[in-house]
Design a protein around this ligand. Structure first.
Ligand code: UDP
Ligand code: MG
Length: 314
């Protein structure tokens, strides 16, 4: 029988855990001809998430708990869960039940039809505010316009991947892991299943506007160098304009003689160019900063302890 690994990051999900196991375990048991394990990663929670998870894992050997040394962020926690998973198929899943557990069975059906990747696509975003929906749409549109690797619209981390795909994913060496992009990068035979995403079952979202903004920047800089290259063209355009204007000014001075107006236009040009140059340096900085972090080759996460029924590893 094949083994399915449900990989779940938990960060301060104390209130959601009861609901999580109550819904997910029956849904997984209902999948025919499939054993399962639930790989729970505690991403440095400050509430009693860890204690609750360990208690469940002591009762149920199918539940494994990986405790990270601190909060490494969702991407790192998900990487940890995927690295630890032993299944033939791996399904990343959120702790808050925003993705219906009954869907997993449908994903497995598609995998049995021969697909390596089965994406779960949100048919609606009713659970998100208007602003979040708009910014998300903008993000996908802009990202896909500038990146070679296209991220499918409205597809979160919830999906099914075969062992082959996950092994390929593990070969990617970057330490700053924009998972959506990495998932898309590896390719493989892919199909899409639609579903309705619902509200969080309990607790609240861990992603503020600022975090999402930085997440989007991470996406752009991980998969595109267009923001770096655009300055060459912008600079060239400004230089050509400046040359033409210089030529015009020389000719005008020869024809009409010297005059000294133009304080306003000078000041505007200086300020505008100064601003444009600072933006260019800022973009450069984004990339240099990321090169700096990558060059350290620090591990993506650190594990404090693995909890499994009957055995405890350091
Ligand atoms: N999460 C995590 N580490 C973090 C932030 C979030 O492991 O630093 C987990 C969280 O517990 C949940 C999943 O990532 O299982 C998605 O988080 P959330 O539901 O807050 O995100 P949203 O659905 O609002 O995008
Ligand atoms: Mg959520």
């Amino acid at each position: 029988m094949h083994l399915l690994s449900l990989t779940v990051p938990f960060y301060n999900e104390s209130e959601a855990i009861v609901h999580f196991f109550a819904n997910v375990i029956p849904a997984l048991e209902a999948i025919p001809n499939m054993r399962f394990e639930i790989v729970c990663v505690n991403d440095g929670s400050r509430d009693d998430t860890l204690q609750q998870l360990v208690a469940v894992s002591e009762r149920d050997p199918r539940v494994r708990v990986i405790d990270l040394t601190r909060n490494f962020g969702k991407e790192a926690a998900l990487s940890a869960a995927i690295d630890e998973a032993r299944g033939d198929v791996i399904v990343p899943f959120d702790a808050d039940l925003q993705d219906p557990p009954e869907m997993i069975s449908l994903l497995v059906d598609k995998w049995r039809e021969g697909y390596d990747v089965v994406l779960a696509k949100r048919a609606n975003r009713d659970s998100d505010s208007g602003l979040k929906r708009w910014t998300a749409a903008m993000f996908y549109r802009m990202h896909n316009a500038v990146s070679e690797v296209k991220i499918p619209q409205n597809v979160g981390d919830f999906r099914l991947m075969s062992r082959e795909v996950v092994d390929a994913l593990k070969l990617l060496p970057e330490t700053r892991r924009f998972m959506k992009g990495l998932f898309a990068w590896v390719g493989y035979r892919t199909t899409v299943v639609e579903y309705a995403r619902v509200e969080r079952v309990a607790g609240e979202t861990k992603f503020s506007g600022w975090k999402l903004w930085n997440f989007a920047l991470e996406g752009f800089t991980s998969f595109s160098t267009l923001p770096l290259r655009v300055w060459t063209y912008l600079g060239s355009a400004v230089a050509v304009f400046a040359l033409l204007r210089a030529f015009y000014l020389v000719v005008r001075t020869l024809v009409e003689g010297v005059d000294v107006p133009g304080y306003a236009s000078l000041a505007t040009a200086v300020l505008l160019l100064g601003g444009v140059q600072l933006i260019g340096i800022g973009v450069l900085g984004e990339y240099v900063g990321r090169i700096y972090f990558e060059s350290k080759k620090r591990p993506v996460y650190l594990i404090r302890r693995r909890h499994e029924a009957g055995q405890e590893h350091a």
